[in-house]
Design a protein around this ligand. Structure first.
Ligand SMILES: NC(=O)C1=CN([C@@H]2O[C@H](COP(=O)(O)OP(=O)(O)OC[C@H]3O[C@@H](n4cnc5c(N)ncnc54)[C@H](OP(=O)(O)O)[C@@H]3O)[C@@H](O)[C@H]2O)C=CC1
Ligand SMILES: Nc1nc(O)c(N)c(N[C@@H]2O[C@H](COP(=O)(O)O)[C@@H](O)[C@H]2O)n1
Length: 219
C-alpha cells in the first residue's frame, strides 16, 4: 500500500484553532489539488477527531473527476476510512451517507452494540488493537481488500500515529497565509511526539499555490 498524507497548515504549523473547528486554510487552487489527490486514491482516511470536528464528506467534488473514475471501472468516489477505536462516529455522520464505501477501523474495546449500529448504517468494520486501533494491521487488511493508494487528510493525532509506525510514504503540506497560534491548537503531528529517531523525509518539491506554498516530502 502507498500512503499519501495531505494537510493544510497555518504559517505557524496549526491545522485549526484551539476550538478545533474547521478553518479554510487552503485557497481554491489548493482545494482543487486536494480534489485531484482524492480522485487518484482508492480511499481517503481521517481520524474520528476530524469526523467530530468537521463532519467531512471526503468525496470527490468535481463531476468530471468522478466520471473519469467510473470510466476506468472504479467507484465514483474513493472509499472512506475512519480510525475510531471505541466508535465515537455519530450514526448520522456524513461519511455514512452511502455515497462511498466506508470502513470503520476500531479496537477490541469497541462496544459490540455500537459495531452493530455502524454496520446497520452501512459501514464495514475492521477491528485490531487492544485499546487503540492497530494501524499496521488494519491498513494491511485494507490492502487485502484492494486499497493500494491511501490518502490521509488528518488530523494531527492520526498523522502522528501513522508516522510513529513508519506507514507514511509521501506528505503534501500546504502552508497558507494565516497565523493561528495557541498551545492547544492541533498541529501537523500531535500525539506524544518523537524524542529520538526523528523521521527525516526528503524534500521532493516546492510549489507556489494560491497565496501559499505546497511542500512535498518523501519518506
Ligand atoms: N487543516 C487541515 O488540513 C486539517 C485540519 N483538521 C483539523 O484537525 C482537528 C482534528 O484533529 P485531531 O483532534 O488530531 O483528530 P484526528 O482526526 O487525528 O483523530 C484523532 C483520533 O483518532 C483516533 N485514533 C484511533 N486510532 C488511532 C491511532 N492509532 N493513532 C492516532 N489516532 C487514532 C483517536 O481517537 P480514539 O482513541 O477514540 O480512537 C484519536 O483521538 C480538527 O480541528 C480539524 O478541523 C483535520 C484534518 C485536516
Ligand atoms: N486541504 C485542506 N485545506 C484546508 O484548509 C482544510 N481545512 C482541510 N481540511 C480537511 O478537509 C476535510 C473536509 O472535507 P470535505 O470537503 O467535507 O469533504 C476536513 O475534514 C479535513 O480533513 N483540508
Amino acid at each position: 500500500m502507498h500512503v499519501v498524507v495531505n494537510a493544510a497548515m497555518s504559517v505557524d504549523g496549526k491545522l485549526s484553532s484551539r476550538r478545533r473547528e474547521q478553518i479554510a486554510i487552503s485557497g481554491p487552487d489548493d482545494f482543487d489539488r486536494v480534489d485531484q489527490l482524492r480522485a487518484d486514491s482508492d480511499a481517503v482516511m481521517v481520524g474520528v477527531g476530524t469526523i467530530l470536528a468537521d463532519d467531512p464528506s471526503l468525496t470527490v467534488d468535481d463531476a468530471d473527476r468522478r466520471a473519469a473514475r467510473a470510466d476506468r471501472g472504479d467507484p465514483e468516489n474513493p472509499a472512506r476510512v475512519i480510525a475510531d477505536s471505541r466508535i465515537r462516529t455519530p450514526p448520522d455522520a456524513t461519511v455514512l451517507d452511502g455515497r462511498a464505501q466506508t470502513y470503520l477501523l476500531v479496537s477490541e474495546a469497541a462496544p459490540p452494540d455500537f459495531i452493530e449500529e455502524m454496520e446497520d448504517a452501512g459501514a464495514y468494520v475492521i477491528a485490531a488493537g487492544q485499546d487503540r486501533v492497530d494501524l499496521t494491521t488494519t491498513l494491511a487488511k485494507l490492502e487485502g481488500d484492494g486499497i493500494d493508494q491511501l490518502m490521509v487528510e488528518g488530523g494531527g493525532e492520526l498523522i502522528f500515529g501513522l508516522l510513529e509506525e513508519a506507514l507514511v510514504d509521501e506528505l503534501f503540506v500546504y502552508i497558507g497565509p494565516k497565523v493561528i497560534g495557541g498551545r492547544d491548537a492541533p498541529t501537523l503531528a500531535d500525539g506524544d511526539g518523537f524524542i529520538e529517531d526523528f523521521p527525516e523525509p526528503e524534500l521532493a518539491g516546492v510549489e507556489r499555490v494560491d497565496d501559499g506554498v505546497v511542500l512535498h516530502w518523501q519518506f
